[in-house]
Design a protein around this ligand. Sequence first.
Ligand SMILES: C[S@@+](CC[C@H](N)C(=O)[O-])C[C@H]1O[C@@H](n2cnc3c(N)ncnc32)[C@H](O)[C@@H]1O
Length: 392
Amino acid sequence: MDFARRASRLDSLLLRHQPWWRFNAYAGAAATHLDNHKSLRDYLHSLSPAEIHNLQGDDQGLLTALRPHFEPATELAELINITPAGPPLNPQEPPKGIPGRKWQQIHAFIAAHTNMHRPILEWCAGKGYLGEAISQHYQLPVTALEIDPQLVAAGNARAKGDSPLRQIIRCDVMSNDVHQQLTPAQHLVALHACGGLHQRLLRLAVAHNSPQLSLAPCCYHRFNDTYTVLSQQFKNSALHISSNDLRSAVRQTNTARHGEISARRTLQAWHLGLRELLPVLGADKSTALPSLPQHWSKRSFAEFAQAQLDHKNIRHALPGGLADFEQTGWQQLHRAEAIDLLRMAFRRALELRCVLDSLLYLQEHGYQCSLSEFCSASLSPRNLLIQAQKSP
Ligand SMILES: C[S@@+](CC[C@H](N)C(=O)[O-])C[C@H]1O[C@@H](n2cnc3c(N)ncnc32)[C@H](O)[C@@H]1O
């Protein structure tokens, strides 16, 4: 299926099924859109917390499980199926200072290319690890752009004396200064450049007629006040994607540590339990409550509730039977997580829509493009790679 056709089918699928993926299961509203879907509702309610956790991290597995109960699952599974790139390079120990997971992503990114032969311009480079690996693998000069002066200094300390020449330049890629870093023969590369930053890269690649670009995008909602569609095809769409939708596209826990997930869930359950308690204290159930930092999960529900009440100036002693409210919170969390699987079923489709928008924009400007999954989702859920080339 060509990219324009896949994009058009994805767009109309997302448009038709908005009530499923725009529903916030954690906000306390009744899931009335499930009323006429008894088999789906029964299936979701039958899932254990462990089953829900496994499905949350496996897009295709989730769609397979939903298929007997949920009509859009079959088409979603077809549309989000992207060919994995070839096997990664032979694993090597990461060079000193490069975290193991980042090193494996970099290896997979490089292995997804059949060849690299142009001078490299690395976008939003951090300490320039990707450029370092490309430079060593292909003996190419690398210029890397990064805004954070500490990362620039650390990257240049690593690059000192390297041959071929490698340098990290402090540069805000959103500023006009960036133009002077783009030269006609470069291969532009970006690993995990966030929303507005990679859209800037695409616009500049087109403006400077860059011959080659490789982009693994991430965090589509960041560095963007509002998400701006780039491609003509999606400019004509009736579907409008908000920053909130985009946040939802990258909400995933495959690479989060067990402790982080557990702390987040505890605070969510307490939050829901406290909402049930508020009316008993004479407060409105929908009172806006601040989110507390993760270390609060190590305290007790009573301390958590007291801190929130103090914050809201609710001067009312905590009643007895708090354990019941805490338990209700955990039950509600379990139910919300089950229902939220339906939003998650569309998560990858939303992400792919953003990526196809970038790809179609490049195609519309004369680039030949390919799209692959350059690493496994367990290594990084942001594993889509656009490769684009333009003949002179
Ligand atoms: C998600 S990190 C990715 C870093 C690196 N490419 C990697 O994969 O490890 C995004 C990087 O973009 C940099 N950045 C953010 N805003 C920037 C800007 N306006 N100009 C240049 N770099 C920027 C950040 O400092 C950060 O190092």
